[in-house]
Design a protein around this ligand. Structure first.
Ligand SMILES: [Zn+2]
Length: 203
């Protein structure tokens, strides 16, 4: 099958959800990263890149890059249990993970960056963090409704990760990690790298 390379491989996967639950802060509601969706994404990317995930990075949109972050981190077992498709990409982790880190840094402030505290970026941050921890509102006061809370996928501290909805940032009070969308992705990839380094390789 010939797939035209000019079409972003992932655009059809990222339609916004039509869940009409009102959000306290305007956030674009992106669909949850389900195992099925991630597997479909990986299969498509592998087909586009002749099986070499790292070489497929340039054709991905920003949303696709963040989806690949979830794929690699889950394949390495970061903050999440087993994933049936993980075995198919485990051997690509040592090459694809640093390539993805580089690509994320290169593209920051493009794509999603024009609107750093807007609904698109807020929705992406909730989608990304929500793929690794279950988020809920810590309470009903006006101040609490500006936040979402969950367990930290990096240090494991329960309920110590807070996402600020107005600022579109996150912070863990257990391990002091913090940042925005890209920093969360970087923390995931850093853990992915340390878990996937070949035996005997310096970490
Ligand atoms: Zn933490």
């Amino acid at each position: 099958m010939i797939v035209p390379r000019s079409i972003p491989t992932d655009s059809y996967l990222f339609l916004t959800g039509d869940d009409d639950t009102p959000a306290e802060w305007p956030a674009t509601r992106f669909p949850e990263y389900t195992d099925e969706r991630l597997t479909q994404f990986v299969d498509h990317l592998r087909a586009m890149s002749n099986g070499d995930l790292a070489s497929g990075l340039p054709v991905l949109s920003s949303a696709g890059l963040y989806t690949l972050v979830v794929v690699l981190a889950r394949a390495a077992g970061v903050g999440h249990g087993s994933w049936t498709a993980a075995a198919r990409i485990t051997e690509q982790l040592p090459a694809a993970t640093p390539a993805l880190l580089t690509e994320l840094r290169r593209r920051d402030c493009r794509g999603m960056g024009d609107d750093p505290t807007g609904p698109v970026r807020r929705g992406r941050l909730l989608q990304l963090v929500g793929a690794f921890t279950r988020l809920s509102q810590p309470g009903a006061t006006a101040r609490q409704r500006r936040k979402m809370q969950g367990d930290c996928p990096f240090c494991g501290d329960p309920a110590s990760l807070l996402v600020s909805l107005p600022a579109v940032t996150w912070r863990c009070f257990g391990c002091s990690r913090s940042g925005g969308l890209r920093e969360f992705a970087e923390c995931l990839l850093t853990q992915t790298l340390s878990r996937s380094a070949a035996p005997g390789q310096p970490q």
